[in-house]
Design a protein around this ligand. Sequence first.
Ligand code: DQA
Length: 143
Amino acid sequence: MKILFLNGPNLNLLGQREPEKYGRTTLAEIEALIRREAKVRSVEVDFKQSNVEGELVTWIQEAKGVFDAIVINAAAYTHTSIALRDAIAAVAIPTIEIHLSNIHAREEFRHRSLLAPVCRGQISGFGAFSYILGLISAVNINE
Ligand code: DQA
């Protein structure tokens, strides 16, 4: 099984960015955690980040026929991107939306996810552990 982890804008700043909201773990540390957990479960992972919406769209398109599941923290694009939503719907790869913070406990503009209706489910509010929960959900997506 192959799982694609996608990260949206500003997540490259994790560790230094608003640590009271997003914690002190860097994205590289999260990636290392995910690679370790993936190995334990005998699944392959790829882990990417971009600040560019179109690049994320292209990676979703290219995932078709290559990856069995996508775990995405689209960051701010969660709340704005019809393009990402359409890409997820187009490839029809089971996709799990994740967030470090609990988006429903924050500003109102973060309560709405344009991606949620085309994702299998949403994990929100568990810090770096949201990524592990995303991995576990992806591994069991066909159960
Ligand atoms: C986030 C939540 C988003 O609202 C925000 O724009 C982010 C990070 C999270 O992981 O908590 O950049 O996706």
